[in-house]
Design a protein around this ligand. Structure first.
Ligand SMILES: Cc1cc2nc3c(=O)[nH]c(=O)nc-3n(C[C@H](O)[C@H](O)[C@H](O)COP(=O)(O)O)c2cc1C
Length: 196
């Protein structure tokens, strides 16, 4: 390949990156020993293979958000706003805590409003029954935030998709479910971009 071909190829690649949707993969747990980074990395690997969006892991723990409205160092709030605001859609990595989502995720959702509005999302959850109860609670919250959550919902079992509840070894079929979920997120995120 000649120099000009290489240069043209690189420029085309850059243009594609700029025009592609931005999809944030949000890790919903922040506790020491959490498994969400393993699940998020797996979703990102599957998503990156599709090449249809710029997928970025967004880790709530990086922003050190105090409880909303309480005293404390809220210097991460501006960066949190910027990170969420830059996305066209989301994949929430959701873990079940007492039949709902984690306090950390609820707090991080509560911090923002317009940054979430009119965007699409998919949910990947885990728990003893696939995190289904947490995922359904999240859907109610997303409705209030004007986030359109898609139907397909990969639900991972702590018993069959993890070893000892901690080492993530997803069953093969779960990868298909992630792709089917993204097949719904991308067109909805594309459509909603036109009304923001
Ligand atoms: C405070 C707390 C409450 C939990 N409650 C539930 C529950 O109601 N249902 C369930 O299936 N798993 C429950 N679990 C198990 C978690 O889903 C499991 O530990 C999971 O790995 C948590 O996600 P994380 O590792 O990313 O923090 C709970 C775990 C914690 C820490």
């Amino acid at each position: 390949m000649g120099f000009l071909d290489k240069l043209f190829g690189k420029k085309q690649e850059e243009e594609q990156t700029m025009t592609k949707l931005n999809i944030g993969i949000i890790l919903g747990s922040t506790r020491d020993g959490r498994v969400s980074p393993q699940v998020g990395a797996w979703v990102k690997e599957l998503a990156d293979k599709r090449g249809d969006a710029n997928y970025t892991i967004i880790d709530i723990a990086d922003y050190k958000l105090p409880l909303l409205g309480e005293a404390g160092d809220a210097s991460g709030a501006a960066a949190w706003s910027q990170a969420v605001g830059a996305q066209d859609g989301f994949v929430f990595i959701v873990q079940e805590y007492n039949h709902s989502i984690s306090g950390a995720l609820k707090n991080a959702l509560d911090y923002l409003r317009e940054e979430w509005n009119n965007k699409a999302a998919g949910i990947v959850s885990y728990g003893s029954v696939g995190g289904a109860r947490a995922a359904e609670h999240l859907r109610g919250i997303l409705g209030e935030l004007l986030v359109a959550d898609v139907r397909v919902h990969p639900a991972l079992s702590l018993f069959t998709d993890f070893e000892n509840g901690t080492d993530f070894k997803p069953k093969e079929v779960q990868a298909d479910s992630v792709n089917q979920m993204l097949d719904q997120v991308i067109p909805w995120a594309t459509a909603l971009k036109t009304i923001r």
